[in-house]
Design a protein around this ligand. Structure first.
Ligand code: MN
Length: 266
């Protein structure tokens, strides 16, 4: 179990947050950012982080109170014209009748709570999910590339928020706020029996972190099978390595983008 501080308790009564009607259309997001978001969708599919489900968003470059996210579709097939704009209540700005992801409130409420976050990936990547089920075995950084995970990733359980009769999905602002609260100022939050969400100070960093959250989970599971005590990164190592490795996200991005492009064409 994580040390106190990663509270799972949440008071729905204090959350509020009915979805507002769509706001007026504003300045268009930068075309390069939209193209990067398309590429991010393809990379995450190519790296096995998303399948038919899961989604990635970027904060709007001109309107910090908005974010960009594809319409409701499989990430591998996303193109620039599929990218929609949302406000921080999760309301699409100009969806033109297109359907949107049920779980857009994950993105909306994390962007609201965390001004430092510029990109978010929500996925069901399979190696991470077991750690959401066993709180007594903390999910923590055991590899230098996974250092951003820290010494204990918090687990969000929707049951703590709305009780037993829930669908495990984040489908409104109140639930999104509860998830953002459990994430706190960390980079990864596990979602019990569902998946995980990774954030970054850029879209590319969020993608990088989603990929290495999965890899760290595989290494940690493999180490656990070896049977002995597991040596994790110390708190100091997680901080220092996160700082050093943060600068390399673009190197990974460039390679993955090339691979994703080849996969799409091939
Ligand atoms: Mn989900």
């Amino acid at each position: 179990m994580c040390a106190p501080g990663h509270s799972h308790s949440f008071d729905p009564a204090s959350a509020g947050g009915l979805a507002s009607t769509a706001a007026a259309v504003g300045p268009k997001a930068d075309a390069d950012l939209i193209n990067d978001l398309v590429t991010a969708n393809h990379i995450l599919y190519g790296e096995g982080i998303v399948d038919a489900f899961g989604h990635v968003s970027a904060r709007h470059d001109k309107r910090p109170d908005r974010f960009l996210l594809a319409r409701n579709m499989a990430p591998a097939t996303v193109e620039a014209e599929d990218i929609l704009e949302f406000d921080l209540d999760g309301a699409p700005v100009d969806a033109q009748g297109r359907s949107v992801y049920l779980e857009r409130f994950i993105h909306a409420e994390i962007y609201r709570a965390r001004p430092d976050v510029m990109g978010i990936v929500h996925s069901h990547s399979m190696s991470v999910v077991p750690f959401s089920l066993v709180p007594s075995f903390p999910f923590r950084a055991v590899t230098h590339m996974g250092s951003f995970i820290g010494t204990c990733a918090p687990i969000f359980d929707l049951r703590d928020v709305v009780g037993d009769d829930n669908d495990l999905l984040i489908t409104n602002g109140m639930q999104g706020k509860a998830l953002a609260k459990v994430l706190g100022d960390l980079n990864v939050v596990l979602m019990r029996g569902h998946g995980s969400t990774a954030v970054g100070s850029s879209l590319r960093e969020a993608v990088f972190r989603a990929v290495y959250t999965e890899q760290n989970a595989r290494v940690l599971s493999d180490a656990a099978r070896l049977g002995g005590p597991i040596t994790s990164l110390s708190e100091g190592e997680t901080r220092t390595a996160t700082r050093v490795i943060g600068g390399t996200a673009s190197r990974a991005w460039n390679l993955w983008a090339l691979q994703a492009q080849g996969d799409m064409e091939g």
